[in-house]
Design a protein around this ligand. Structure first.
Ligand SMILES: Nc1ncnc2c1ncn2[C@@H]1O[C@H](COP(=O)(O)OP(=O)(O)OP(=O)(O)O)[C@@H](O)[C@H]1O
Ligand SMILES: [Mg+2]
Length: 243
């Protein structure tokens, strides 16, 4: 069991979990904390002659120059861009939670921090068998991971953020903080108030923002990293995941 790792979830698919995971990995490694990202299940794998490529893992590797193969950072890469349970069923893959546990623990043994990126949001089925559903929340609970919730400052965020935090709590999970992605340089009154309101309604602090980047490619993200240290409370995140 690792109490020094973190599950990165989001209010929805595409909210910026991969970009946030890559930034946190790079910043933590730069500050001397040996950190590795891990994507248990990637759907929407890119078919190539060399096999399926996991887009999120490629992004981590590009931003952070990680000396690992895809299979070390991702347990299941599935081609259909569906929820993992359906992508697996459609391709005849059996997702085995025990395999994910083993891989996570291997990474946790050799690193200070493992940043585990979920697929989509929190209410996502990982696998469906005759004995029932295995949900993302089951995985998080079994791995004893606290959560960091990636969200945004725009319209709809109050509803999505509050629902996700309450859903997490209903499964006994702890959200240590919110990370507001794609934060405009000059937030509108609505965006400022949305941030105030998500903190107030959830009681969960915003532990960082990631600016809206004009270039969100891996090289653009690498260039933005020095500036990000001012926007992300790395020390607080570390203290909360060590607790
Ligand atoms: N701060 C940002 N500035 C500009 N573009 C961003 C930012 N964050 C994310 N994006 C863009 O939004 C898209 C989705 O981001 P990302 O892949 O990180 O989301 P995700 O939550 O990991 O999605 P998935 O659920 O597919 O794993 C990407 O095309 C990315 O380039
Ligand atoms: Mg992603």
């Amino acid at each position: 069991m690792s109490t020094y790792s973190l599950f990165i979830t989001g209010t929805d698919t595409g909210v910026g979990k991969t970009l946030a995971t890559a930034c946190l990995t790079a910043l933590l490694n730069e500050s001397g904390v040996n950190t590795i990202p891990y994507k248990p299940v990637q759907s929407g794998g890119i078919a190539t002659a060399a096999g399926l490529l996991a887009e999120d893992v490629l992004f981590y590797q590009d931003v952070c120059s990680l000396p690992y193969t895809q299979s070390q950072l991702c347990s299941y890469c599935l081609e259909p861009a569906f929820s993992p349970h359906l992508a697996a069923r459609e391709t005849g893959v059996h997702i085995e939670p025990a395999h994910i546990h083993t891989q996570f623990h291997q990474l946790a043994r050799s690193h200070d921090v493992v940043l585990v990126e979920g697929a989509g949001g929190l209410a996502v089925p990982v696998a469906e068998t005759d004995s029932g559903l295995y949900m993302t929340t089951d995985l998080i609970r079994e791995l004893h991971l606290p959560l960091l919730l990636v969200t945004h400052a725009g319209l709809g965020t109050i509803n999505h953020t509050v629902l996700t935090v309450e859903y997490a709590r209903s499964y006994g999970l702890t959200v240590i903080g919110l990370l507001v992605n794609q934060m405009p340089a000059v937030p509108t009154i609505m965006q400022q108030d949305n941030i105030r309101m998500i903190e107030k309604l959830t009681g969960v602090p915003v532990l960082g923002t990631i600016p809206e980047l004009t270039d969100a490619s891996p090289s653009g993200v690498r260039q933005a990293l020095p500036d990000l240290t001012q926007h992300i409370q790395l020390e607080t995140i570390l203290q909360k995941i060590k607790a």
